[in-house]
Design a protein around this ligand. Structure first.
Ligand code: C2E
Ligand code: CA
Ligand code: CA
Ligand code: CA
Length: 294
């Protein structure tokens, strides 16, 4: 306890004790979760947009727009006994701090790739899977070999796996991360910069990383069609990506209005509640929007 001005007593120690007990409890529970296989993956579909010039009934040209399922992003959840499904933001940070992320991340890669193997048969051999990696996983020198062996165990071409790394996780030690990404890229897998636009990447900085895609952060997509600034920003990202020959994926697309803006801007790959929420593998095929014409 510590005396403050005005004679008020604040007790720091018991409060901290409680916080660390909660943390320790959670850490133990996370370790058990690995052992008891309490993690589950949910999958959110990704669609490719295209526009076709067709001759209509009156002999006039008009655009026919369509979207095609091209892949999915895997998103981990924790099915903690007696609890609601725990979202990743409530345990990934602690998993990173404690190093448990290496094992959880390996489980995620294995599960996502084994699911991908099945979906390649259902949806075609071009169907892709995106997997989120944390900064700590990127630093693991064994990561590349592990990914290579998971791919070959599932008989997958490396091109169908895309690793998503956040912009902020690449900022730290640029030179080391450049080499780490280079090693992963040399396996043939795709590399996407997640939450793009929220960090401070400049064009020159971006060119130093061997990335294949940019995933525009949801915050830029949210008010597309209402906010001229964001529209200009996303348009610039898309134009820049074309010059650098990178794919652009818009995340968090929720409305038709956002979608038509993205079409106008020339963004070709989209993901968001408008197309499908993340769902368990068993619900994926039924939840996806199977129609090709919108
Ligand atoms: P993220 O990679 O940026 O994933 C997108 C998040 O936005 C997901 O939340 C997804 O459910 C949500 N989302 C997708 N579409 C929409 C939309 O239209 N509207 C709104 N409001 N939200 C949308 P989720 O699943 O809770 O994941 C949160 C974050 O947790 C992820 O952000 C990612 O950074 C992290 N994460 C998830 N799975 C993994 C994993 O396996 N490994 C690691 N290292 N991190 C993971
Ligand atoms: Ca992601
Ligand atoms: Ca993201
Ligand atoms: Ca995010």
């Amino acid at each position: 306890a510590k005396e403050k001005g005005g004679g008020r007593i604040e007790r720091y120690a018991p409060a901290m004790g409680r916080a660390s007990r909660v943390r320790l409890g959670l850490e133990g529970a996370l370790r058990n979760a690995l052992k008891n296989e309490e993690f589950v993956l949910h999958f959110q579909p990704q669609y490719q947009l295209s526009t076709e010039r067709v001759v209509g009934d009156e002999g006039l040209l008009h655009d026919r727009v369509s979207s095609r399922l091209v892949g999915a992003e895997s998103l981990v959840r924790w099915q903690r006994p007696g609890c609601e499904l725990v979202p990743p933001m409530e345990f990934i940070p602690l998993a990173e701090e404690t190093g448990l992320i290496d094992e959880i991340g390996t489980w995620v890669l294995e599960s996502a790739c084994s699911q991908l193997r099945q979906w390649q048969q259902w949806f075609g051999s071009e169907f892709k899977m995106s997997v989120n990696l944390s900064a700590r996983q990127l630093c693991d020198p064994a990561l590349g070999a592990r990914i290579a062996s998971i791919l070959s165990a599932n008989n997958l071409r490396p091109e169908v796996l895309c690793l998503e790394l956040t912009e902020s996780c690449l900022m730290g030690s640029v030179q080391e991360n450049q080499q780490r990404l280079q090693r992963l890229r040399s396996l043939g897998v795709g590399i996407s910069i997640d939450d793009f636009g929220t960090g401070y990447s400049s064009l020159s900085y971006l060119r130093r990383f061997p990335v294949t895609a940019l995933k525009v952060d949801r915050s830029f997509i949210q008010d597309l069609g209402e906010h001229a600034d964001n529209q200009a920003i996303v348009k610039n990202i898309v134009d820049m990506a074309k010059v650098l020959k990178l794919e652009v994926v818009a995340e968090g697309v929720e409305t038709e209005r956002q979608l038509s803006c993205l079409r106008a801007i020339g963004c070709h790959t989209v993901q968001g509640y408008l197309f499908g929420r993340p769902v368990a593998a068993s619900d994926f095929a039924t939840s996806i929007n199977c129609s090709t014409d919108d």
